[in-house]
Design a protein around this ligand. Structure first.
Ligand SMILES: [Zn+2]
Length: 905
């Protein structure tokens, strides 16, 4: 689980280390299933080799072969139950295997029910029942593999673990099966694995691959080498957000079992890593987490020491950001752990180390296997103690005001109920109890997310209430608190590093507060509201999707301040209906309609319109209002020139070398799954030869670094073709590194250039470029100014079409050190707020805030008959910032159609 900017690091890191020291090879490990020291096995259980045709570790196992082995175990082993808990986007089944003694398996439902009682102490009849369960119920230990599927040793280790637990007759294996229910999910992310394995199996040379780190097989092409899912979204940043189908399936399965131990198996390090983790640690984690990390770490070390294997702990990997599949289980009360093995992945079947020795896939898988087994045996040995800690943590979460004195979070339905619901639905998927108030109520002291002020406030009926007296209150606090607290000692250490021009040691982002990320109005209070309320489930309590109002003699109004309204607009345009959009507000009756409202006119459309509106509204989940006249009560009338014709733009998005797959993937997901907007993914190489008149909009997502950057990949004639196209009317959109590239002197299109680009050589200008030279936790001078994923406040020009759907402020995430100059002849549509109002949450150096203050976040600048649009950071980052969807979609959907004046802001 390396961060985005180190994603391509590994083969190169090894390249930097590898020296050609000739040396004799060691004898191979003895073949056969005996990976567990002194293991004895039931010969009736099929070995992996008997089904796969090779010993585990000798080849990469593809998914169909793995499935065949799983079926063989299901048929030949009485200690396993296999089920399918979900499906990946490419329709691969996601498997969940439960392994335990036949006796425990017979009582499996009772075991699971008992465990869920410990997870929710309110459901226990009396304190003795808890004691009885702690004394007798098996603990649940969950082993998750192939989350980053391209880290290939993990699935091979899962195969060996399945065999061991099915066939092992030694005392350790017996004790594991007696004391535990082991849940194994062999592949959370099969797509990432299959893409990589197909590539590697197609191109590796010789029966055991090339150990030369320069070999093609260690450098998979763009998109095939990522640890992301089908849509190139990182599932190991998506826990809790649950934007992806695989995450939601995993989340539901998790809640059904509520494990006490959860291990996520990865593999991208030089030697094996396992906990304890390094600082900072999220303060909402159970107090016992560190102790258990120490216990498990020592046990795994003992297992490794038996073989003389290398490992490291307490470095690089932290427990601060909630969205990994270790911190997230920790917040639920499990002991969550990440293991990072060394072999496999881009190291292929084998690679030569610096000292001339070889590291193999089998090494990587064995290291995981031993770590898995040591974890399971330790959990079995300390079963009751582990159950007690789990129960105590969940019970302590019920104590009122335990987390910073907060008693409740309050979320009114808001101006975009669909977006508010997307936040509430996410909380429900996280196992959090949400209530919905049946009546209005008043609280004397509430805190808001926008300002520090504390005030009394009344809330309407329908307000969502998240009480902090629930077993998941630690998770609630972690997801909803405005500004995750970073330990002082860690900040002090970073200050020292900065003085020495060393990089900061955050592993990932430092802010994520859901209300800010979703752009949803919310409050917290030290008071618990007393109001009749009902529990909210997974389906929306007041589903939208109706056509309200008159007959529609004149037409239909689609709200402009909702993401779902945009989806309906795109659908109508795609189906050939004429749609217009207003750039001035108006009012009819009691209701005010903001800029960006879509107007669909009956006279300009075929009679099928009514039916299309009805079904479209229902499916998009948005209420549409039918109007019988162009007359309005306030503001412009509906025949005004301010109601501008909207055309469906023909969009191309840069994929392939240069483009960052994760940033491209977020756009892909939004267009395909959320909007239904057709688009063409196109490589820079094809772009140079293509007839660009086929496109109205070309989007450059965030870019890769170093030799894979836009700068390096783009040919001069491609840049000339783009310049000609934009001058003739094209809309060129750049995101973060994409924006820095389009704004660079190579194009010469805008004065909104990246600051400092003139003095700093291109290799050093971006945070991404460090991955080429630095090890994880790398120490690059540029990084001393990096803002590690903080939420910052922007101010928006209220008159520009790009700010349609927004008020004066919004929250954006900044995860770079890029700062742009203001555009001299275009519009600076959104700018970073003044330094003292800029930071909403997360970590940012005061010097970085001072540099960003007042500089543009979003620029729109006319170029000939076209325009260039620049986003200083990625509004689509990991699909987190649902409040910013509209800002990006305004740029894509409205820019080719809407006439805009340059406004000074
Ligand atoms: Zn990983």
């Amino acid at each position: 689980m390396l961060p985005q900017r180190f994603r391509r690091l590994l083969p190169l890191a090894i390249a930097a280390l590898a020296l050609a020291i000739p040396r004799a090879t060691f004898p191979e490990e003895p073949p056969g299933p005996a990976w567990w020291p002194a293991g004895t096995y039931d010969p009736k259980v099929p070995t992996p080799a008997s089904v796969l045709g090779y010993e585990v570790g000798d080849a990469f196992t593809d998914y169909p072969r793995f499935e065949r082995y799983l079926r063989a175990l299901e048929a030949g082993c009485d200690r396993i139950r296999v089920s399918v808990y979900g499906e990946s986007y490419e329709r691969r089944p996601l498997y969940l295997a439960v392994l335990s003694s036949p006796k425990n398996l017979k009582a499996l439902e009772a075991v699971r029910a008992g465990n869920l009682k410990l997870a929710d102490p309110r459901t226990l009849g009396n304190p003795q029942e808890a004691e009885r369960l702690i004394a007798s119920n098996p603990a649940i230990a969950w082993m998750n593999y192939a989350n980053d599927g391209n880290e290939t040793a993990a699935l091979e280790a899962a195969i060996m673990t399945l065999y061991q637990l099915c066939a092992g007759t030694d005392t350790v294996t017996q004790s594991i099966l007696d004391q535990l229910v082991v849940v194994i999910t062999p592949a959370l992310n099969p797509e990432s694995r299959e893409r990589f394995v197909a590539f590697y199996n197609a191109f590796h040379v010789g029966p055991s691959g090339s150990p030369d780190d320069n070999a093609f097989e260690h450098h998979a092409p763009w998109g095939l080498d990522t640890n992301y899912n089908h849509y190139q979204i990182d599932l190991n940043r998506d826990a809790g957000w649950m934007t992806q189908q695989e995450s939601r399936a995993m989340g539901r399965a998790y809640l059904a079992w509520m494990p006490q131990v959860f291990v996520d198996h990865h593999g991208e390090t030089v030697n094996m890593f396992f906990p304890p983790v390094v600082d900072p640690v999220n303060r909402n984690l159970p107090e016992t987490t560190r102790r258990w990390h120490e216990i498990f770490g020592r046990s795994i070390a003992e297992g490794f020491d038996r073989f003389g294997w290398s490992y490291f702990v307490g470095e690089t990997f932290d427990d601060f950001y909630f969205g990994y599949w270790d911190t997230y289980p920790n917040l639920h009360g499990a002991v969550g752990m990440t293991f990072e093995t060394d072999g496999g992945g881009s190291n292929g079947l084998r690679i030569e180390r610096k000292d001339g020795t070889f590291l193999t896939l089998r090494d990587g898988a064995r290291h995981h296997f031993i770590a898995t087994m040591q974890t399971l045996r330790t959990t079995a040995d300390r079963r009751a103690e582990k159950l007690r800690d789990f129960y105590s943590f969940r019970r302590s979460n019920l104590e009122p005001g335990r987390h910073e004195g907060v008693r409740a979070y309050l979320i009114p339905p808001g101006s975009d109920p669909a977006r508010t619901w997307s936040l509430i639905e996410t909380l429900v998927l996280d196992g959090i109890e949400v209530l919905r108030a049946r009546e209005p109520f008043l609280l004397e002291r509430v805190h808001g997310y926008e300002e520090a002020r504390v005030a009394g406030r009344s809330f309407p009926a329908g307000t969502f209430v998240v009480s902090m007296s629930q077993p998941e209150s630690a998770l609630v606090q972690a997801l909803l608190e405005k500004d995750p607290k970073i330990p002082d000692a860690f900040v002090a250490a970073q200050k020292k590093r900065k003085e020495k021009k060393l990089g900061t040691e955050f592993y990932d982002i430092t802010a994520w507060s859901f209300p800010l990320a979703f752009g949803v109005e919310a409050y917290w209070s030290e008071q618990e509201p007393r109001v009749p309320a009902e529990r909210v489930g997974e389906s929306r309590p007041d589903p939208a999707g109706r056509v309200l109002g008159g007959q529609g003699r004149y037409g239909y109004l689609i709200p402009g301040d909702s993401n779902t309204g945009l989806a309906l607009t795109v659908r109508l345009l795609r189906d050939g209906y004429a749609v217009a959009v207003t750039d001035k507000e108006f009012g009819i009756g009691a209701r005010d309609w903001p800029r960006g409202t879509a107007v669909v006119r009956t006279e300009r459309n075929p009679p099928a319109l009514r039916g299309a509106i009805e079904s479209g509204a229902r499916e998009a989940g948005v209420d549409v209002v039918a109007v019988d006249s162009a007359w309005t009560d306030r503001g412009v009338k509906l025949g005004s020139a301010h109601v501008q014709t909207l055309r469906l733009p023909r969009v191309a998005v840069i994929a392939g070398d240069g483009s960052d797959p994760n940033s491209y993937g977020a756009i892909w997901f939004m267009f395909e799954r959320e909007l239904g907007l057709p688009f063409t993914p196109i490589t820079l190489a094809t772009l140079g030869r293509a007839d660009l008149r086929k496109y109205d909009v070309i989007v450059f997502p965030d870019g890769e670094s170093g030799e894979a950057s836009y700068e390096e990949v783009a040919r001069p004639d491609t840049i000339e073709a783009l310049k000609t196209w934009v001058k003739q009317g094209g809309v060129l959109i750049g995101v973060r590194q994409g924006a820095a590239f389009l704004a660079s002197s190579r194009f010469g299109l805008t004065t909104a250039t990246p600051k400092g680009a003139e003095e700093v050589p291109p290799e050093a200008e971006s945070p991404d470029s460090a991955g080429k030279q630095a090890a994880p936790g790398g120490e690059q001078a540029w990084e001393s100014e990096l803002t590690p994923g903080a939420l910052l406040r922007i101010e928006l020009d209220p008159d520009h079409y790009l700010s349609m759907g927004y008020g004066p402020n919004a929250a954006v995430l900044v995860y770079s050190d890029l700062v742009f100059n203001r555009s001299a002849k275009g519009s600076n549509v959104a700018r970073f707020a003044a330094a003292d109002r800029l930071r909403l949450g997360g970590f940012a150096w005061p010097s970085a805030l001072a540099k960003l203050a007042g500089t543009p976040y979003l620029v729109e600048e006319p170029v000939g008959r076209g325009k260039i649009i620049l986003f200083a950071d990625d509004p689509n980052f990991r699909l987190m910032l649902r409040g910013l969807r509209r800002l990006f979609l305004n740029a894509v959907l409205l820019s080719p159609s809407l006439v805009s004046e340059v406004s000074v802001f």
